[in-house]
Design a protein around this ligand. Structure first.
Ligand SMILES: C[C@H](N)CC(=O)CC(=O)O
Length: 235
C-alpha cells in the first residue's frame, strides 16, 4: 500500500478534457476538499489562467494556494513549475519569486533548462522541492547533483514498457536521500500505481494522471479516483 497518497487534481489538461476538471481557484479548492475527505493526504495542482492553460504567474498561483489553505487547512499543497507554463527560465524564476501565497512544495522537472537554479530559488523561499524525474538521463543528473529535496517524483511517461521503465528509474535513484513517489500517466497510471503499492512507495492519483477508474470506466471525479486507489491498495 502506498505510504502517502497525493491527489493530482488537474495537471496540464485543458477544461474540455473532463467535465469535472478543476480549473478556477474555487473549483480546485472544492475538488481538493473532496479528495482529502476521500483519503488523499497531499495535493499537487496546476494553477491556470482564465483560458484554462497552466500559469505560474502570481495572479494565478496566489488565489489557488489561498483557496486551498482555507478549504483544506494543514494539508500540504504543491504546485507545478512545468516549463510549458513559462518557457523562459528567467521569466519562470521571476514569476516564482513573485508568489505571495506560497505552496508547501513545488515540482521541478529535472530535465528542464534552469531546473537547478529554480530548485535553489524555491528552497530560498521556503518551498520544498519535488524533483521530477522522467527519464534515465534526468535520474543520473539528479543523483549526481547532490540537491536536497522533499521527495523525488519518479514519473513514468513512457508508454512502451512502463513497469520496466519504473524499475529502471527506481534502481538509478537508489541511494538518493529522499522518499520516492512513483506514478504514471494515462495508460501507465494504474499499472504503475499497483507497482508503487506493491513496493510500499508513495504514489498519487487524480485527473492529471488518468481520466479512468481501474476498470477502464470514466472517472467521475478526483475523489472517485482517490477512493479507487485506496481500495486497490487495500487500505
Ligand atoms: C509528468 C507530470 N504530468 C508532470 C508533473 O506532475 C509534474 C509537474 O507538474 O511538472
Amino acid at each position: 500500500m502506498p505510504v502517502l497518497l497525493q491527489a493530482c487534481l488537474n495537471g496540464a489538461r485543458l477544461p474540455a478534457e473532463h467535465p469535472a476538471l478543476p480549473v478556477t481557484p474555487a473549483q480546485i479548492a472544492a475538488a481538493a476538499a473532496e479528495a482529502v475527505a476521500a483519503g488523499a493526504r497531499e495535493l499537487h495542482v496546476h494553477p491556470k489562467d482564465p483560458g484554462g492553460r497552466d500559469s505560474l504567474r502570481p495572479e494565478h498561483v496566489d488565489p489557488v494556494v489561498a483557496a486551498l489553505r482555507e478549504a483544506v487547512p494543514g494539508v500540504p499543497v504543491g504546485v507545478t513549475t512545468g516549463a510549458w507554463a513559462a518557457g523562459d527560465p528567467a521569466v519562470r524564476l521571476a514569476q516564482v519569486a513573485g508568489w505571495r501565497s506560497r505552496p508547501d512544495h513545488a515540482s521541478v522537472n529535472w530535465h528542464e533548462e534552469g531546473a537547478a537554479e529554480l530548485a535553489a530559488a524555491l528552497t530560498g523561499l521556503g518551498v520544498g522541492i519535488e524533483a521530477g524525474i522522467w527519464h534515465a538521463g534526468a535520474a543520473a543528473a539528479f543523483a549526481a547533483s547532490g540537491v536536497e529535496c522533499l521527495r523525488v517524483l519518479v514519473e513514468v511517461v513512457d508508454q512502451e514498457d512502463p513497469l520496466s521503465t519504473a524499475r529502471d528509474l527506481l534502481a538509478r535513484l537508489r541511494g538518493v536521500p529522499a522518499p520516492l513517489l512513483l506514478h504514471g500517466e494515462d495508460a501507465n497510471a494504474w499499472p504503475v500505481f499497483r507497482l508503487a503499492a506493491e513496493l510500499g512507495l508513495d504514489s498519487r492519483v487524480g485527473l492529471e494522471d488518468t481520466l479512468v477508474l481501474p476498470d477502464g470506466s470514466p472517472a467521475p471525479s478526483n475523489a472517485a479516483l482517490v477512493r479507487a486507489a485506496l481500495a486497490l491498495a487495500g487500505d
